[in-house]
Design a protein around this ligand. Structure first.
Ligand code: XMP
Length: 319
């Protein structure tokens, strides 16, 4: 937290700093918004959820949160968002077909990110315009700024790309926080535990967990496999992140037939800020159980592997 170093000097508890941060952030949003309406893209991750909660406290109904269903979200995500944020002004946009069309034929990872980012901006602008909002609220956190400024990859957060729309102000209340600090704020704001402890999920969604071209079928396969991995690992092991990725096709045997089926990787890592990461030590029986569930529940999967690479040299995501 901005005052984290001061902790050692002043002996203030982190919670005192957290409360202070919340008070300051609410004041900052109030001042920046003035009497205008504010729009934000709500993904349901801890960053955007904390921003929405802060802004709802600061300006109430003048905050309009827009959730874009890209069709690249995890299983059950849209319903979950509807339930959790039933108390705030939330607009849900179903844009799955639009995103799939934009991704057709694209295999290069950065080109995929760009296509998704651009589509995201278009959809967001279209919806934001309807609202007549003059301010934009963003859940950018400190590591996002470092990675974007360093040119490591293009983040698809709305801030990562030029908006054609004119906003008179952009508010980034959690721009100086690390992820663990954002989680603390989420706790202090009484957001559901589920959000507080939510794993990071990349803006481009399941698209960066499918190597090569993104198709409806591949997304459906990886969504189901991802759900199984989360079901087996999240509660018990509390990893920084765990998920499934679709690597390509390989040979397998199902029933009496040799098949050409999907190869799915399980990725589970621990990390502080996503900049470095270590693979999680998972008991072998648990890994084989996940493999059996994935191949049994998804007929087109032939093979499941566990990724044991740290970051660096690998990244956390696959693209
Ligand atoms: P990598 O794969 O670069 O990921 O080791 C580090 C952390 O960032 C997340 N990530 C993204 N988040 N847009 C995002 O908002 C992106 O394009 C993106 N790519 C990776 C990743 O899930 C991990 O937590």
């Amino acid at each position: 937290m901005q005052g984290e170093q001061a902790d050692e000097i002043t002996g203030q508890s982190t919670m005192v700093n957290t409360e202070k941060f919340i008070t300051q952030a609410i004041a900052e949003i109030k001042t920046a918004a003035g009497n205008d309406k504010v729009v934000m893209a709500l993904s349901g991750g801890v960053d955007s959820s904390v921003c929405a909660a802060l802004a709802a406290r600061a300006i109430g109904d003048r905050l309009i949160s827009i959730y874009i269903d890209t069709g690249l979200m995890r299983k059950g995500e849209t319903d979950r968002i509807k339930t959790i944020f039933s108390g705030i002004r939330l607009q849900i946009v179903d844009a799955g077909d639009e995103f799939l069309a934009a991704l057709k034929g694209i295999t290069d990872p950065e080109a995929k990110r760009k296509a998704i980012g651009e589509r995201f901006i278009r959809v967001f602008e279209r919806e934001a315009k309807k609202q007549g909002a003059r301010c934009l609220l963003q859940g950018t956190i400190y590591p996002d700024r470092i990675e974007s400024e360093g040119g490591i990859k293009s983040h698809h957060n709305v801030g990562g790309m030029p908006l054609h729309m004119e906003f008179s102000r952009v508010i980034e209340p959690i721009r100086d926080l690390y992820k663990d600090e954002v989680r603390e704020v989420a706790g202090a704001l009484d957001l559901p535990k589920e959000i507080q402890h939510r794993m990071p999920f990349p803006g481009p969604g399941l698209a960066v967990r499918v190597l090569g071209e993104v198709t409806r079928e591949k997304v459906a396969v990886i969504r189901e496999a991802n759900w199984i991995v989360e079901d087996e690992l999240v509660e018990e092991y509390r990893p920084w992140q765990c998920f499934a990725a679709l690597l390509g096709l390989g040979t397998g045997v199902k029933g009496d037939n040799r098949i050409h089926g999907w190869i799915v990787a399980i990725r589970a890592v621990n990390s502080r800020d996503g900049m470095t990461a270590d693979p999680l030590e998972i008991p072998f029986e648990r890994l084989t159980r996940i493999g059996s569930r994935i191949t049994a529940d998804i007929p087109s999967v032939a093979r499941v592997v566990y990724d044991i690479t740290a970051k660096p040299p690998a990244t956390i995501e696959y693209e």
